[in-house]
Design a binder for this molecule. Structure first.
Ligand code: SF4
Length: 254
């Protein structure tokens, strides 16, 4: 993937983003999929693999990732002495090595508490934690348990980059939901290991199926495209997606 800097942002931003991408790739080691990739749609992940050398992404569109990484880095350095921060764990699922990274695991209390930091907009929490966040933490907890760690509770620590005090006041007056503060802990339900393993096996098999072909037309379209908004505005591989091409031909997005 080629990273561009069309707006000419200061070089440290560009270098920092390159460093983040490299450390993510190196940290994954010889795994077939990270949990993030596994939970994502097989088509988008496979397109990234197939067209890696042709994909161009601009730094401006990756600033949210950079900001998230900066937060992670500072919090990693500030973790308690016996807590575990930014730990990557691995497991074999249906013949593939899968890895996941824990942001923070508190081990100095009776329960093992796993926390995932989210740098996100407030709206993403309007209807409770997203389905993929719940699966991501449950799968990570499962991998941690397989590697000998104790995880009893899980939470997302959401830091809302768009939170406004004035909006919080208005929401309180109109009795509508809005986060009360810029940071909020959200408890994540704990699934059974049996349920998690079943989910993991299904996801691995879907991705393995997608890897059998070099022709993206053989892979099903992504499940949740947010009524096309994701394809049109946020997808980094839309240029190579056969379904996007079809839609353009039918003028749905033109
Ligand atoms: S354009 Fe849409 S369907 Fe195609 S890979 Fe991207 S998100 Fe998935």
């Amino acid at each position: 993937m080629k990273l561009t800097n069309k707006a000419g942002l200061p070089e440290p931003f560009y270098n920092a983003q390159l460093k983040c991408e490299k450390s993510y790739r190196d940290g994954r080691g010889a795994t077939q999929r990270s949990l993030t990739q596994l939970i994502a749609d097989p088509l988008s992940v496979r397109l990234k693999e197939l067209y890696d050398d042709k994909i161009e992404v601009d730094l401006m569109d990756r600033l949210h990732i950079l900001r998230g990484n900066m937060i992670h880095k500072i919090l990693e350095e500030s973790a308690g002495k016996i807590d575990i921060a930014e730990l990557r764990v691995f497991a074999d699922i249906c013949g593939w090595t899968i890895s996941g990274q824990a942001d923070h695991l508190a081990v100095d209390c009776k329960d093992g508490v796993l926390t995932d930091y989210k740098n996100t907009g407030w709206y993403s929490l309007k209807n409770g934690p997203k389905r993929e966040w719940i699966w991501q933490l449950n799968c990570l907890a499962y991998l941690l348990r397989l590697n000998g760690y104790k995880v009893d509770r899980m939470q997302n620590c959401c830091w809302f980059y768009d939170w406004k005090e004035s909006e919080a006041k208005k929401a309180w007056e109109c009795d509508r939901w809005y986060p009360e503060a810029p940071i909020m802990n959200v408890e994540i339900p704990v699934y059974s290991d049996k349920k998690i393993l079943k989910y993991l096996k299904t996801r691995v098999k879907m991705h393995q199926e997608a890897c059998k072909t070099d022709d993206p037309r053989d892979i099903p379209m992504c499940e949740d495209t947010w009524e096309g908004r994701r394809c049109k505005r946020y997808c980094e591989v839309k240029k190579f997606c056969p379904y996007m091409k079809k839609k353009k031909k039918s003028k749905k997005y033109v």
